[in-house]
Ligand binder design. Structure first.
Ligand code: KIV
Length: 272
């Protein structure tokens, strides 16, 4: 049974800002297809992120870099067809916004037109400021993403906690203020110290959604397949697994194989 607040008929970017102002925490999960998005939306999740983590989770790539704009649009369109209440935010994939603001706008417009998503998310601070401004000027809501930004994994070299050093923490704080100032409606903070994340959340009026950023922020996001325990090789400290679907699915599928081999399936009632 869902304990989410159902009194918002439809979540908009304004709803999220109001939630922060009212002290109500925001729930966000990823989804990449129609069937999963229908369950996530029906369970009362406020924001569905069609994350470029689809590159890992759905396509089996090692990083988020290979996924294309066309593939993101394909995933997002399925999600949008499923939802009744959640806000759908779609990641701009690597290479679709970094080179120049015009290309960033073209990519964001394709996402909005071809998938029906409600907003886009992109990674980075002042390096992508002009691209974000261009997208915002076209009336497209933008969610920022700071801290561990997986599209820059080859620059970082590792997925460890970011902004532990003073200099990087200062830049992150400046970037968060800048993202609020230019008009982003929310920011994801990934894998940074909880104290820093709380400080950022308290310094701005737009919602800060954390993943591995502690409890002092305005909402939480997890990758759906991780929190359901469908993936099992990934054990970051911040991940709470609510199910062990890897084991349950493996057991069910093994049972099916056995039933077929033993001529137990289909039985009399399961045929015409
Ligand atoms: O792509 C993704 O799933 C994300 C979340 C980890 C925030 O960006």
């Amino acid at each position: 049974m869902s304990v989410a607040k159902k009194d918002y008929k439809r979540i908009t970017v304004k709803t999220l800002v109001d939630m922060k102002a009212n002290g109500e925490k925001i729930s966000m999960l990823t989804a990449y297809d129609y069937t999963m998005a229908k369950i996530v939306d029906g369970a009362g999740v406020d924001v569905i992120l069609v994350g470029d983590s689809a590159s890992n989770v759905m396509a089996g790539h090692e990083t988020t870099l290979p996924i294309t704009l066309d593939q993101m649009i394909y995933h997002a369109a399925g999600v949008v067809r499923a939802i009744e209440r959640s806000l759908v935010v779609v990641d701009l994939p690597f290479g679709s916004y970094q080179s120049d603001p015009k290309e960033a706008l073209r990519s964001a417009i394709r996402i909005m037109k071809e998938s029906g998503g409600h907003a886009v998310k992109l990674e980075g601070g002042k390096e992508v400021k002009e691209s974000i401004k261009r997208i915002l000027n076209a009336g497209i809501p933008v969610m920022g993403h700071l801290g561990l930004t997986p599209q820059s994994i080859y620059k970082f070299g590792t997925y460890t906690v970011r902004a532990k050093e003073e200099q990087e923490a200062e830049k992150l704080k400046e970037d968060a203020l800048m993202l609020e100032r230019i008009g982003c409606f929310a920011i994801v903070l990934e894998k940074i110290p909880a104290k820093l994340a709380q400080e950022v959340a308290e310094s701005i009026s737009i919602p800060v959604i954390g993943i591995g950023a502690g409890n002092g922020v305005d909402g939480q996001v997890l990758v759906l397949h991780d929190m359901l325990g469908m993936t099992h090789e990934f054990h970051p400290r911040f991940l709470r697994r609510y199910m062990n679907l890897y084991e349950d699915m493996t057991n069910s599928i093994s049972q099916y194989v056995k039933d077929v081999k033993d001529l137990d399936f289909p039985n009399e009632e399961e045929q015409y």
